[in-house]
Design a protein around this ligand. Structure first.
Ligand code: HXC
Ligand code: NAP
Length: 288
């Protein structure tokens, strides 16, 4: 068994309908594939209809099961409501919502216009708000249980320069996760989050490491375990949090980053750069 293998029993999500925003690309697509392996029906949602339709065909060919592609801009509340109605019509129900869609770019903050800031907040924070209100109200009005899983980032907690709109929006998503975990538990609605470290995707890499930045700032070098994440590792964690096996986990944010954020936080972690010869010399001096 390896971290690149699927972890859960084959029927772990059987009978579930999981709505995945941003499910046509990157991590959302990988997680959707694994949910299909585990018996779920998956609804993938994003703006680009052709990308979604192509992804749905590919996912069904590779994993079997049923994928319903629905085009929708999650920053638009009315579009989200219409999309959710269509989902109920076509899939019969929704058991879980995976808020995964996001937008981001790297920029010194003083170069951002308010519009640039708003575009990111509208997708990341308001998109999650729209999905959460629509699904939450539906579940509550119909006396149904539900499950939210929100993909944030490690800098939702720490903050980060150069991605400030994303950091602000993801921090808001984390606050929603923790708040509703308590407020909506009485309706049998759980809320959890995952904070991934670097997992290579075209969407994130092209926007956050444009040009030759990926060579100059090799993300693997910042991770104590010495590598970036594998999509299956994230899919394993997401499937667990959406399955009934995690029924007692509520309001949690689970970091999956090989220790990356802590490396930046520990006072002496930069001492990795001290060569062995210097440690030996310091040892000799101490022994004398
Ligand atoms: C400064 C920028 C900019 C940049 C756009 N803008 N890019 N400002 N630096 N690099 C400004 C524009 O000038 C404009 O403001 C405003 O933002 C909106 O621009 P548009 O042209 O309307 O948008 P566009 O550039 O076409 O699209 C931006 C986007 C798009 C909406 C963010 O890239 C997108 O759809 N992204 C979705 C996918 C994505 O981003 N995936 C990555 C997720 S990765 P003005 O004032 O000029 O009009 C992620 C990982 C985090 O979250 C953690 C990694 C470890
Ligand atoms: P990605 O492939 O670019 O995914 C972003 C998705 O969001 C796309 O499918 C995009 O589809 C969708 N989207 C954007 N705006 C939307 C809107 N207004 N309405 C509906 N859908 C919209 O990037 P990714 O790397 O897989 O990221 C997935 C998630 O992981 C994000 O939440 C990201 O913040 C998080 N994350 C990623 C990493 C990483 O290293 N990759 C690290 C930490 C966190 P359309 O363009 O078709 O709308």
């Amino acid at each position: 068994m390896k971290y690149t293998d699927g972890m859960l029993r084959k029927d772990a999500l059987s009978g579930q309908v999981i709505l995945v925003t941003g499910g046509g690309t990157g991590l959302g697509k990988s997680m959707s594939g694994y949910f299909l392996d585990l018996g779920a029906k998956v609804v993938i949602v994003s703006r680009k209809r052709e990308v979604l339709e192509e992804a749905a065909t590919e996912l069904m060919e590779r994993h079997g099961g049923e994928v319903i592609p629905l085009a929708c801009d999650i920053s638009n509340a009315e579009e989200v409501e219409r999309m959710f109605e269509k989902t109920i019509e076509r899939a019969g129900k929704v058991d879980s919502v995976l808020n995964n869609a996001a937008a981001n770019f790297i920029s010194p903050t003083e170069r951002l216009s308010t519009r640039a800031f708003r575009v990111i907040v509208d997708i990341v924070l308001m998109g999650t708000v729209n999905m959460t209100l629509t699904a939450g109200k539906y579940w509550i009005a119909n006396g149904l249980p539900g499950n939210f899983l929100n993909i944030v980032t490690t800098y939702a907690s720490t903050g980060s320069g150069y991605v400030v709109p994303s950091a602000a929006a993801k921090a808001g998503v984390l606050a929603i996760t923790r708040s509703l975990a308590v407020e909506w538990a009485k309706y049998s609605i759980r809320s959890n989050a995952i904070a991934p470290g670097p997992f290579p995707t075209e969407g994130a890499w092209s926007r956050l490491l444009p040009g030759n930045l990926a060579e100059e700032f090799d993300p693997a070098k910042k991770v104590p375990v010495g590598r970036v994440g594998d999509h299956q590792e994230l899919a394993n964690l997401a499937a667990y949090l959406l399955s009934d096996f995690s029924a007692f986990i509520n309001g949690e944010v689970i970091t999956i980053d090989g220790g990356e954020w802590l490396k930046g936080a520990g006072e002496f972690n930069g001492f990795d750069a001290v060569p062995k010869a210097l440690w030996d010399k310091l040892d000799e001096r101490r022994k004398k």
